[in-house]
Design a protein around this ligand. Structure first.
Ligand code: NIG
Ligand code: FE
Length: 393
């Protein structure tokens, strides 16, 4: 089955061989065949295909790659958000509220929550989504979270080391032994990645090292939550271990930035968190100027960032983090792909997945220029369009 998407006013390809960051083509067309991009060129030279989608001069981008989310949870923490907006600081301990609600929930409730949020993300243009566990924190609850997450995405991350649960408050070493032993054994079959919240109030660098080493021995690739609430050892640990990505990076020293540049570890910035916790935004500009690869992700979770919208994160990155619209769009597509070690998504080049977003706008710039406006008109995953509406037009 082949689909021709034609009359594309602006096509963002993220072709690494292009002269400009986004590899923008005008008056373009592309063909998706059997789920993959098979042809890209001028609309006037487009070949015939089984189906035809007319973009009518609007912008087409690669689907967004949301490389960081926590969707397997029950309940919400709206009251905690309200308290923060009234001046309370964000603290890692709030995670335990969601842990209690998640443990008490049925599989059906958790599954429905994941499907609801993945659908929300997809509607807003995210075609690749990473999902972490981390609100179960028992062997059975972490394995269950990953099993459910795996039904929606292959990019699943074991985050048993999210916080030390209340029942281990007096024995954090015992909890790390549980995470690196039976919990990892139960989680590994359902996970691609392993993650640790390396932060004061969660896990220190020695504990993070132990968890990542055990994960690597079980075949899981490492990533870290680090430097969210203050400077700390996490970013340099990620660089030292050559991890694919380190996420948050809100508080960075010059040494942290230099370490990221040297290691090539992707810095994933999560501006929904700074928005929802009233923290200062990290400078995307500083990282980009240093030559660090930057990704933008939602961190969708009920505590620190309950947004599922990468367009919102793009607008924040442009307005608050010194990034150009092109850099922010690149970070939410190619950057997210790099943060997941993927080259088949985050770009529209021949051979890539046919994952795309059609905007109700002539240019990617409108994602930041028109904040809060639902500009995503259509989304295709492997060439399957969300609605049949466009195909019929
Ligand atoms: O990425 N930082 C740690 N974990 C989540 C927050 C989870 C929560 O507050 O429930 C995060 O921000
Ligand atoms: Fe997170």
């Amino acid at each position: 089955m082949s689909i021709l998407v034609t009359d594309i006013g602006e096509l963002v390809t993220n072709d690494p061989a292009a002269d400009d960051l986004l590899g923008v083509r005008t008056d373009a067309a592309l063909v998706i065949e059997d789920g993959l991009v098979a042809w890209i060129g001028d609309a006037a030279a487009a070949p015939a295909a089984d189906e035809r989608v007319d973009a009518r001069g609007r912008a087409v981008l690669p689907g967004f790659v949301d490389s960081h989310s926590h969707l397997v949870f029950a309940g919400d923490r709206a009251a905690e958000f309200d308290a923060r907006m009234a001046g309370q600081p964000y603290a890692a301990g709030g995670i335990r509220t969601t842990v209690a609600a998640t443990r008490a929930a049925t599989d059906e409730v958790l599954r429905a929550n994941v499907v609801r949020l993945v659908t929300e993300m997809h509607r807003q243009g995210s075609t690749t989504v990473e999902i972490k566990s981390g609100y179960g924190l028992t062997v059975a609850d972490e394995a269950r979270a990953l099993r459910i997450a795996r039904e929606s995405t292959p990019e699943t991350t074991f985050l048993g080391a999210h916080v030390v649960p209340a029942e281990y408050a007096e024995d954090p070493a015992g909890y790390v032994a549980l995470v690196t032993g039976p919990m990892l054994a139960a989680a590994a079959p359902h996970a691609r990645w392993i993650d640790v919240f390396c932060e004061r109030g969660a896990f220190d660098d020695d504990q993070a090292r132990a968890v990542l080493a055990a994960g690597a021995a079980a075949g899981l690739r490492g990533r870290l939550h680090a430097n969210q609430l203050g400077e700390g050892p996490g970013v340099q640990l990620a660089a030292e271990l050559g991890l694919t990505a380190v996420d948050h990076c809100t508080y960075l020293s010059d040494l942290d930035v230099a370490a990221l540049r040297e290691s090539g570890t992707v810095a994933t910035l999560l501006p929904g968190v700074e928005f929802s916790t009233r923290q200062p935004y990290p400078s995307g500009r500083r990282l980009l100027d240093a030559g660090v690869t930057v990704a933008l992700a939602s961190d969708c979770n009920p505590g620190s960032s309950y947004t599922s919208s990468l367009p919102f994160c793009i607008a924040l990155a442009v307005r608050e983090m010194g990034m150009t619209t092109a850099e922010a769009v690149h970070a939410a597509t190619a950057g997210g792909a790099a943060a997941l070690g993927r080259t088949d998504v985050g770009r529209l080049t021949v051979g890539a997945r046919g994952d795309l977003v059609l905007l109700d706008a002539p240019s990617h710039r409108h994602l930041a220029y028109r904040p809060g406006v639902p500009l995503v008109a259509e989304v295709a995953s492997e060439g399957a369009f969300r609605t049949a509406r466009t195909l019929a037009e």
